[in-house]
Design a binder for this molecule. Structure first.
Ligand SMILES: Cc1ncc(COP(=O)(O)O)c(C=O)c1O
Ligand SMILES: [Zn+2]
Length: 555
């Protein structure tokens, strides 16, 4: 049967005024009212018709739901097999607690071990779709790890701003993927401000967390999968897919539960499920702004200025708009906000490992501790179907592998942590000379590799040209510090570019590194001799060797 070519229509809809606009590029705010909460909307009639046939043929990964994801063109997908994680039955825990239907959404099996891989895959794909080559992210650890891995694959340079409270194994994993690690000696909320100011000053794209659409849209896929997996575990219901009674997650910025809620709304629209789940948002007692604000009946979250917990991954003091959204949902539809102590978290971590062989990171254990607490309070009935989101440990990165200079520190004055001047003034601490590099290369894959290698060390402004004539123009305009030049290009080839460069006294002294796949004849070598710094053969040099050559030119 001949199938239609994939057409993808996405709109952005303002939650405040309902204004709709086609999704062409990520917008910061509604064009009509300035509202910051924009939701992606799709052609649900089309999806309803299309899904039964297409889903049957697709692999079980996050992209099987791509009709409900905001990437416009599949060619920009940056993927490492994220999503499609197992839904495990917690049998021993269930027996102990008298709950036959506890299921674990095993996000430990994502490419970097957390459910943030879904977010990273979509967010980095959308960045690639909009030609972003350098970006900024602020994180309590897992988001930076995940974004760093995916941006390596996509050839995007990532500046990761981490609060200095983040465990060093997480920081080292970020560095391992080649991101610039900026340790900010402040809370996560202050770190976000420093990162935002840095992005503004450098004119870089910054990940907007819950305010961006990628995070929420990607998190929907956790819920789509659970709904599709549940009938196989608990049997068929009245609808093709099923909703659990409870979705449990440790919550910090709130992207997970907000995305999960939206997913079930969409599945209701599609007729695949017939009810919504109750959301259980669990926080650690030392940083539980959502729990306290909900208990006080507040519409807006009251921030925690000084988080006191060892579970840094979820230590967001100011949850922003996610709280207002989740508080409304839980008020109206049931669900719970609950706080547990660090001790309860670590106990739950141990229990899960001993009982069901599931070793998880502290933030995930917080959700399990919350489950134990809500069961003992009688908020949850023991026969209800419960799904808990579970992430895994960060993998250890040997210190010696990274050398000494894998992170830079931005000191924020401790006496006046809330003073903006102090925060933003500290940005001057990130310095270093920026080298400008022109890449003249017709093969986009080779360019991406060169760019990626450069992005992993120091700061470079990278210009790219796909052919000789454009390259020459680029060099004359930008006067780069170094030129990386390919020889075999259609039209004006590398030899001709080199001759033109050397004949132009304004740029004749810019060092040129030739990178070529061509086996050179003696005559060709002669043509290059004295004109270039180095000749590097494609496929036979390492990233280190290239960086060394470039560094030599810098002195
Ligand atoms: C393991 C883990 N659990 C929970 C969270 C909280 O996620 P959110 O509140 O954004 O849904 C995070 C955030 O990084 C996390 O890494
Ligand atoms: Zn609006």
């Amino acid at each position: 049967m001949k199938r239609d070519k994939f057409k993808h229509q996405v709109w952005l809809e303002c939650a405040t005024c309902g204004h709709r606009t086609p999704f062409v590029q990520p917008l910061k705010a509604c064009e009509q009212c300035g509202g910051e909460w924009l939701d992606a909307r799709y052609d649900y009639d089309d999806v309803r018709e299309r899904w039964p046939a297409v889903l049957r043929e697709r692999p079980f990964d996050m992209w099987r739901y791509r009709e409900l994801l905001p990437l416009r063109d599949d060619a920009h997908r940056v993927t490492m097999g994220e999503g499609g994680t197992p839904l495990l039955h917690a049998t021993n825990l269930g027996l102990m607690l008298g709950c036959p239907h506890i299921y674990i959404k095993d996000e430990r099996q994502g490419p970097t071990g957390s459910f943030k891989d879904r977010q990273a895959s979509l967010a980095i794909s959308v960045m690639k779709e909009h030609n972003v080559t350098e970006a900024v992210v602020a994180s309590t650890g897992n988001v930076a790890i995940s974004y760093s891995a995916y941006s390596a694959l996509a050839g995007i340079k990532m500046w990761a701003f981490l609060t200095s409270l983040v465990p060093s194994e997480k920081m080292r994993e970020v560095a391992l993927y080649g991101s610039e690690v900026i340790k900010v000696t402040a809370t996560y909320d202050q770190t976000k401000k420093v990162a935002a100011e840095f992005a503004t000053r450098k004119g870089l794209c910054i990940d907007r967390g819950i305010r961006g659409i990628s995070a929420r849209e990607a998190m929907k896929t956790v819920a789509f999968e659970i709904a599709e997996q549940l009938p196989m575990l608990i049997g068929p219901g009245d609808t093709p897919w099923r909703t659990p009674d409870w979705y449990f997650q440790a919550v910090s910025g709130g992207m997970g539960p907000v995305g999960v809620w939206k997913a079930y709304e969409e599945l209701m629209t599609l007729g695949l499920v017939d009810r919504m789940p109750k959301l259980a948002c669990i926080q650690v007692a030392g940083c539980a702004p959502m729990v306290h604000s909900f208990n006080k009946g507040l519409e807006k979250a009251e921030p925690v200025l000084n988080p006191q917990t060892l579970v840094i991954t979820i230590a967001t003091g100011n949850p922003g708009p996610a709280y207002s959204f989740l508080a409304q949902v839980i008020q109206k539809h049931g669900g719970a906000f609950e706080a547990v102590t660090d001790e309860e978290t670590f106990r739950a971590m141990h229990v899960m490992a001993k009982l069901d062989g599931i070793s998880m990171e502290p933030a995930a254990a917080t959700a399990f501790a919350g489950l134990f607490k809500l069961l003992s309070k009688g908020v949850i009935r023991r026969d209800e179907v419960i799904v808990v989101n579970c992430s895994g440990h960060t993998f250890p990165v040997e210190k010696h592998l990274l050398g000494d200079e894998w992170a830079r520190t931005v000191e924020v004055p401790t006496e006046t942590p809330a003073v903006e001047e102090g925060l933003l003034g500290s940005l001057g601490q990130i310095n270093g000379r920026v080298q400008t590099i022109a890449i003249i290369e017709d093969d986009p894959k080779a360019t991406l590799l060169l760019r990626r290698i450069l992005q992993t060390r120091g700061e470079h402004r990278i210009f790219e040209a796909r052919d000789g004539a454009t390259g020459l123009e680029l060099v004359r305009r930008e006067r780069p510090d170094i030129i990386l030049l390919d020889l075999m290009m259609p039209g004006m080839d590398g030899f001709e570019v080199l001759e033109a460069l050397k004949a132009d006294e304004r740029v004749s002294d810019v060092p040129v590194i030739v990178i070529t796949a061509k086996e050179l004849t003696a005559a060709e070598r002669e043509r290059l001799s004295g004109q270039i710094e180095t000749l590097m053969q494609k496929g036979s040099f390492t990233d280190e060797e290239l960086l060394e050559e470039i560094m030599k030119q810098a002195v």
